[in-house]
Design a protein around this ligand. Structure first.
Ligand code: SAH
Length: 398
């Protein structure tokens, strides 16, 4: 690791960094040209040379690096990584001890003190996500810390720093004994099939754990459920286990069909009693409207950005229209679970999309519950955009 490079923070930005803002952005600093090699240690000072923080250089779509410490005497070394990961592991003790949930996040980037790095746990297997070449330069520190701190069956890793922050496909096994995939993990007693070495997504999005449980325990019984952008059918599965009368899962990706069947079967649910449809959601909506279909519970969990043959969906622009179409196929007094992981807008803005959609549809509504990230997806007050998940349970009134 090279010795540290001193970068000056522009005067109008220094207050924010003093308050603990962790993301280093290009427009906040002078002397950008001093940044040569990702992983380079950066010392941030104010324009008069007074210490602000120490971090590293690493390109992500969000910024060009992360502040790791505000203590001048603290070095970014093996001990630093050990301490951060140890603290993070201890913070999840309750989840480690919960036999009903064997998949959760162990380390959540800047929320746990190191932006650009996440670590997930899947029943004894660890999965490290590297979000920049810069953080990847600290790989041996992270691995050594993890190996010293936890027992593991194996460690896997994903590199998410290809062009435009894309995932780089590779053999992702690091150490331990290779897993025999799928491995089966549990979430609140429900089984999921997990594949750690098969592309960017592993089979489940762990940040929706509380929402899935809530849907199973309080919103499903006797209900006709539509799950859009259903991926491996996780929400449908929880609905079915909560005694939904029927579920329909819709996803564009071919893989979603077999993976949804697999998850249903792992939980003793007869998948043939449910509909699993491989289709563009917007096309399905046209069909549903034509046929006058309606549902008691509709789950919307689209990606922030998606392009299909016919449509491009951008959450910040198109969520309102998605809601409008959803309202027309939701029963009166039915529930819409609207979710987004888009970090370009906050909860208040998201609520304005809901309001607009209902006003345009001439229906009244009531927001009955709100969710954001669960405990293990730790976030910090100085970086609210890190708490990206926004979920609204909306009741359609008359
Ligand atoms: N709700 C899921 C996660 C969604 S991931 C869960 O709880 O696990 C996003 C999914 O949207 C992907 O599976 C992708 O294939 C699907 N998708 C993207 N655009 C789509 C479209 N236009 N119609 C249907 N599915 C789409």
């Amino acid at each position: 690791m090279s010795s540290e490079t001193i970068l000056k923070v522009k005067q109008n930005h220094s207050g924010k960094y003093r308050k603990g803002y962790p993301l280093i952005s290009k427009n906040a600093i002078t002397d950008i040209k001093l940044l040569r090699e990702e992983g380079q240690i950066i010392k941030l000072t104010d324009e008069r040379g007074k210490f602000i923080g120490r971090g590293y250089y690493g390109h992500q779509n969000k910024g060009i690096g992360w502040v790791l410490t505000q203590k001048e005497e603290e070095a970014i070394d093996q001990g630093f990584f050990h301490k951060a990961i140890q603290t993070a592991v201890n913070f999840r003790k309750k989840l480690y001890n919960d036999p009903e949930t064997t998949a959760f996040r162990v380390f959540n980037g800047e929320g746990d003190g190191i932006g650009g790095l996440t670590i997930d746990y899947f029943d004894g297997y660890y999965l490290i996500n590297w979000y920049s070449e810069g953080i990847f330069a600290f790989r041996s520190f992270v691995l050594q810390s993890l190996e010293n701190l936890v027992e593991y069956k194996a460690i896997y890793e994903k590199k998410r720093f290809g062009k435009q922050g894309q995932y780089i496909d590779d053999d992702e096994f690091v150490t331990g004994e290779r897993g025999d995939f799928p491995i089966i993990v549990k979430e609140n007693g429900v089984n999921f099939a997990i594949y750690l070495n098969e592309g960017a997504m592993v089979g489940v999005f762990l940040d929706q754990r509380e929402v899935r449980k809530r849907i199973r325990d309080h919103y499903s019984k006797g209900k006709k459920v539509l799950n859009t952008f259903s991926y491996t059918g996780a929400f449908s599965l929880f609905s079915a286990l909560g005694s939904a009368s029927h579920t329909t899962s819709v996803d564009l990706a071919n893989r979603s069909y077999a993976k949804t069947i697999e998850n249903f079967s792992l939980n003793g649910i007869d998948y043939e009693a449910h509909d699993i449809i491989v289709e563009d959601v917007f096309k399905y909506y046209k069909y549903a409207n034509r046929k006058n279909l309606s549902f008691d519970l509709v789950i919307l969990d689209p990606p922030s950005f998606a392009r299909s043959k016919k449509t491009t969906f951008r959450a910040e622009k198109d969520y309102t229209a998605l809601l409008q179409q959803t309202i027309s196929i939701t029963e009166s007094m039915g529930t819409i679970v609207a979710s987004t992981n888009c970090s370009k807008f906050n909860m208040n803005k998201f609520k304005t999309f809901v309001d607009r959609a209902f006003k345009d549809s001439d229906h009244q509504y009531k927001i009955i519950e709100e969710y954001s990230l669960p405990h293990d997806f730790k976030s910090i007050p100085s970086f609210p955009e890190g708490n990206y998940l926004k979920v609204l349970f909306i009741q359609k009134l008359t």
